[in-house]
Design a protein around this ligand. Structure first.
Ligand code: G6P
Length: 607
């Protein structure tokens, strides 16, 4: 969602801010803007649409200055207009950019209007800007704190004032912000991607913290204006992982990254001799692990589908009842958790608002909470206190691909580590580890079929509805395949469990509604094959994902993609990849904005 970048230092701010905005584009947005402070004046330019349009608008304008703020907006309050775009500027003196939602903005606005304040936008952000401006009495940090104490809601804000040409004030509550430190220059952004070309030294702000940032450094206080200790860390994501590396889209690059980053998820976490995993971040004694009697996996979107695969692993390997839920449902129901429940929060970004709230709820109720997260230093990773990074590297396409496979890898390791304390045998444990090691090579075999998959995909772009069917561990694969395709092609897709077909989806089947089915060689093979035969008998075109050398699968297939054989529990790691490529190529053929699909955001930081 919205992106923030700010700069204070020795260089001209504008090029750094514009590059930062381009690096934040992947988050999803609908307008963009920049403000630079020079000679006691704030110069601002905003534009609806892409950053490219903003850059065109700026061309030929003189916007010097060594301090500035910029923003990509994803509309929540107020339509997509230039007036509603950030930065919001008050009286040419104060500029603010804001991510999040100020919930009590109406009442605050009414009071300001009564005092004669005039508003130029419909946004909640401008209310905050006016409030800070009104509270300003020479000390910007104090004015920000005073104003934030009146606010209800979530925010990551960055404020600049004409009286302080060398200063930015940042604050966060529920919306991420981090400071990138360098010699005589500082960067502030909603995520590290915006400043990794310049520095890897990062300070993540915590909720309730306010930072005053100057060229030579920064200081942090809480909302009581008491100093807070700094905790600067070095991050190791290189700029290279945030570039397309010769691929046309980030999504394609990230699909092709999978064999490489999969090894990063396993590295140092396997104990072949004992046939088990050794996950440092699990941070539990054997006794504590044995006391766990239930697992809950909580996540949104693709992460939840990875979680559904985890359920099969925990139940089969560790004999632990496992429930998977949407974070957005978990946080508002009355989840039954206690000190024997292991609650795993899965999140690529580590910032999904509902997953963060679910984490807090689970903690409050005394559960054992662990985060399984990609982005290092993200809020969920920090608040969970313990857990595991999936090491997928920067994932920038909105549609998640490599984070999904790496989440499954980590969940399999968790389940194995628990399982080996219970009934999973040494031989099974070793077989799983060996099979995991073989996955990257097998992924490569699938990726080599990219051209064939592209040819198949082209033939499906004409359909308005496509169904995805799978059973057992491949049920989540069907759900993920449908999600991938709908997200980026805007074709209506649904995934369902093969056994459910006769209970509804079959009514939709016709020659205009093809069915993509996963029919790999496992215990449910025959049942799946029968279900596919039934949809085919009703005129549906079928695209089948089948196991190499399975000569019978073609009997029920109009189109077929073969994948290498692996252990049943590991099948989703392979079977999802052709579906990712299938979705990608359809979206390209339909000329969609593959990396930034309409209305969607990479990191959903508001409820
Ligand atoms: C959004 C993204 C999805 C992602 C989901 C959960 O919907 O577009 O790709 O799966 O959020 O995000 P998380 O960062 O928590 O994994």
């Amino acid at each position: 969602m919205c992106g923030i970048i700010g700069y204070v230092g020795k260089q001209q701010a504008l090029p750094i801010l514009l590059q930062g905005l381009r690096d934040l584009e992947y988050r999803g947005y609908d307008s963009a803007g920049v403000a630079v402070l020079n000679d006691g004046r704030i110069n601002r330019v905003r534009e609806v649409g892409k950053v490219e349009k903003l850059e065109k608008k700026i061309e030929g304008k003189n916007l010097p200055g060594r301090v500035g703020v910029a923003h990509t907006r994803w509309a929540t309050h107020g339509g997509v207009t230039e007036f509603n775009a950030h930065p919001h500027v008050v009286a040419g003196k104060l500029a603010i950019v804001h991510n999040g939602i100020i919930e009590n903005y109406r009442e605050l606005k009414e009071r300001l209007v009564m005092r004669g304040v005039k508003f130029e936008s419909e946004t909640d952000t401008e209310v905050l800007a006016q409030l800070i401006y009104e509270n300003y009495d020479g000390d910007l940090t104090e004015a920000v704190i005073k104003s934030l104490l009146k606010v209800r809601g979530t925010y990551g804000i960055l404020v600049m004032h004409a009286d302080h040409p060398d200063r930015l004030v940042a604050a966060r509550l529920g919306s991420p912000l981090c400071i990138g430190m360098s010699d005589l220059e500082q960067f502030v952004a909603s995520d590290i991607t915006a400043f990794t070309p310049y520095t890897r030294m990062v300070q993540f702000l915590k909720d309730g913290e306010v930072a005053t940032i100057e060229q030579s450094g920064f200081k942090i206080v809480n909302l009581k204006n008491e100093a807070v200790e700094k905790n600067v860390m070095q991050i190791d994501w290189g700029k290279e992982s945030a570039q397309k590396g010769g691929f046309e889209h980030f999504m394609l690059k990230e699909i092709f990254d999978q064999p490489i980053v999969f090894e990063d998820a396993l590295r140092g976490r396997m104990d072949m001799k004992e046939g088990t995993a050794k996950i440092g971040g699990l941070n539990m004694t054997e006794e504590q692990m044995r006391s766990v009697n239930r697992v809950m996996i909580i996540a949104e979107g693709t992460a939840r589908y990875a979680g559904l695969v985890g359920k099969y692993a925990f139940e089969r390997l560790a004999n632990l009842p496992t429930e998977v839920d949407f974070s957005s449902e978990f946080r508002y129901r009355d989840p039954v958790v206690d000190k024997s429940t292991l609650v795993l929060l899965l999140s690529q970004s580590g910032e999904t608002a509902d997953t963060l709230m679910a984490l807090r709820e689970a903690k409050r109720k005394g559960a054992i909470v662990r985060g399984i997260v990609n982005v290092v230093g993200s809020t969920i990773a920090r608040e969970a206190g313990a857990g595991t990074y999936i090491h997928a590297g920067a994932e920038l396409a909105v549609a998640s691909t490599k984070a999904y496979t790496n989440m499954i890898a980590v969940l399999l390791l968790y389940a194995l580590q628990f399982g080996r304390l219970k009934h999973t045998s040494l031989a099974t444990g070793q077989r799983i580890l060996q099979s995991l090691l073989e996955i990257p090579e097998k992924m490569n075999e699938i990726l080599k079929q990219n051209d064939e998959i592209k040819n198949v995909a082209k033939q499906y772009k004409k359909y308005r509805n496509i169904l995805f069917m799978g059973r057992g561990v491949n049920y989540p694969v069907a759900l993920e395949g449908a999600l991938k395709l709908k997200e980026i092609s805007y074709i209506h897709c649904e995934g369902f469990a093969g056994g459910e077909m006769k209970h509804g989806p079959l009514a939709l089947v016709s020659k205009d509604v093809p069915v993509v089915a996963i029919l790999t060689k496992n215990q449910l093979y025959e049942k799946m094959k029968n279900s596919i035969a039934e949809v085919r008998a009703r005129g549906a075109r079928t695209l089948i994902i089948a196991t190499e050398q399975d000569t019978e699968a073609s009997e029920v297939a109009d189109d077929i993609i073969y994948v290498p054989k692996t252990m049943e529990l590991l099948e989703p790691l392979l079977n999802t990849i052709p579906l990712q490529l299938f979705a990608y190529h359809i979206a390209v053929a339909l000329e969609r904005d593959v990396d930034r699909p309409r209305n969607l955001a990479k990191s959903v930081t508001v409820e």
